[in-house]
Structures are given as C-alpha cells and as structure tokens.
Design a protein around this ligand. Structure first.
Ligand SMILES: Nc1ncnc2c1ncn2[C@@H]1O[C@H](COP(=O)(O)OP(=O)(O)O)[C@@H](O)[C@H]1O
Ligand SMILES: [Mg+2]
Length: 240
C-alpha cells in the first residue's frame, strides 16, 4: 500500500511476485485497485475470468501466475469505475472466497492509494501476514507514510517492510546516479515504519517499457531478487 497514486505500488507488487516466482514459490496476484487495470496491463493480460460451478477462475500470466482483477470484469478497460464503496466491498469479499487460486505459497494484493474502502476491506477480511509500503523520495512523503503506517496499526496488522521507488536515475554515459526527486528517504522511512527497507528501485526506462508491453516478467535485474529475499526474510521463511 501507499498513501499516493502513481508511486509504483502495482509495479512493486509485480516485481515481488516475479521475485517469488523465480525463487520457486507459487504466487498469485489479486488486483484490488479499481482505479485502473495496472496489474493486467503489466502482465499483458486482457482475457476475461470465467466462472465455473466451483468458483471464479483467475487468468494465468505468461509464466503461469494466477491473476485476478475486477478490472478484467469490466466491459472495457477505458470504462471509468463508478462502483460505490459497498459494491467494491462485496466484490472483494467474494473474490476472497470464490477465486480458485489453486495451491499458492503467497498471494500478493495490490491496493488502491490511500485509505479507501477497498483497503479497509482487504485489511479486515483477508488473513494477511503484513503490508509492504511503497513511496518515492518526494515532499510530504513522511506524512503520507505515517498515515499508511497508522492505518496498518489501527487494523492490527504489521508493516513487513518499505520500498523506495524512483530513487534515482542511472546515467551510464557519465556513470552517475542522479537523484531526480531529491535525496533518498529510505532509511528515514524504515525507521518511521520500524521495518526493514526492502530496497531502492531506480527510475528505469526499460522497466517502464516492459510495463507498457505487458512483459514485466522479463525484467532482469538484481533489484528483483533482492526485493524477494528481503520479503521472504521479513516473513521469517527460508529462502529458495
Ligand atoms: N522505477 C520505475 N521506473 C520506470 N517506470 C516506472 C517506475 N515506477 C513506476 N513506473 C511507471 O509509472 C507508472 C505508474 O506506476 P504504478 O506501479 O502503476 O503506480 P501505482 O500503482 O502506485 O499507481 C507505471 O506504468 C510504470 O510504467
Ligand atoms: Mg496501481
């Protein structure tokens, strides 16, 4: 989760899923953000989930990760979502009970920004192990992160770790890292959250291109593996 939109929540969800998949775990992704089909888009998924007598079948990604998103049930992806809170709440609860994930080691849930209804529903009705908070090194980030942390506390959940996205831009021609949005706030946020910093993700044009092409599962960077092992460590599970 994060307090803001556009900070890379969906991207981090996907990279964590990719990392866990590469480490040999079976991982599913539930997209609980109705404001846009980021998750299906990054995985190149545009089919419609089909129902069976036993439940709703998620759609597999290229590498076979089951993905479920309410965005996949909308008539068209450019249709604005005007569902009201209670309806979203009901649909999410239904997803929790009726999606046929198969056997999974991990289910990652991508939340909408802030403290919307869907966030409350997920925190209340899913047996979550913890929350990963995503932020960028911009103004007001400490206020926004504190809000998210407070909410996690109120819901009696724990913050597993924090991830700083868009930390810097690496320019190979001059072999320099440029901190476009200002100096890193990672350590500070980890202290505020009383949780480990899982990593810094740079602004990477090749990553944005993979997102646009729906091929995020091809992202090849040490950053991915490091995020995954940090998460597994935070969950006190053996790696690999
Ligand atoms: N580190 C990054 N490098 C390059 N592009 C990024 C990075 N993080 C996010 N983006 C781009 O920004 C867009 C918004 O990210 P997204 O994960 O959808 O944000 P959120 O889920 O927080 O709204 C994505 O489509 C992605 O292409
Ligand atoms: Mg998103």
């Amino acid at each position: 989760m994060s307090g803001q939109g556009g900070v890379g929540k969906s991207l981090v969800t996907d990279l964590l899923a990719v990392a866990l998949g590469r480490a040999g775990y079976r991982v599913g992704i539930l997209d609980a953000d109705l404001t846009g089909p980021s998750i299906p888009r990054m995985f190149g998924i545009n089919g419609r989930p089909i129902g069976s007598a036993n439940g709703i079948l998620p759609i597999p990604s290229e590498t076979g990760k089951p993905v479920m998103s309410m965005n996949l049930l909308l008539e068209s992806t450019d249709q604005p979502v005007i569902w009201r809170g209670p309806l979203i709440d009901k649909a999410l609860r239904q997803f929790g009970k009726e999606v046929l994930w198969g056997r999974l080691d991990y289910l990652l849930i991508d939340l909408p920004p802030g403290t919307a209804d869907a966030v409350l529903t997920v925190m209340q009705s899913f047996p979550i192990d913890g929350v990963v908070i995503v932020f960028t090194p911009q103004d007001l980030v400490d206020m926004i992160v504190r809000k998210a942390i407070n909410m996690v506390g109120i819901m009696e959940r724990r913050v597993l770790g924090v991830v700083e996205n868009m930390s810097y831009l690496y320019v190979p021609e001059i072999d320099r890292r440029i901190e476009l949005f200002g100096p890193s706030r990672g350590k500070e946020m980890a202290r505020i959250a009383n949780a480990p910093l899982f990593g810094h993700i740079p602004i990477d044009p090749s990553l944005a291109a993979l997102c646009d092409r729906g091929t995020i599962e091809n992202y090849d960077s040490a950053i991915v593996a490091n995020l995954g092992s940090a998460l597994i460590q935070a969950l006190d599970r053996p790696i690999g």
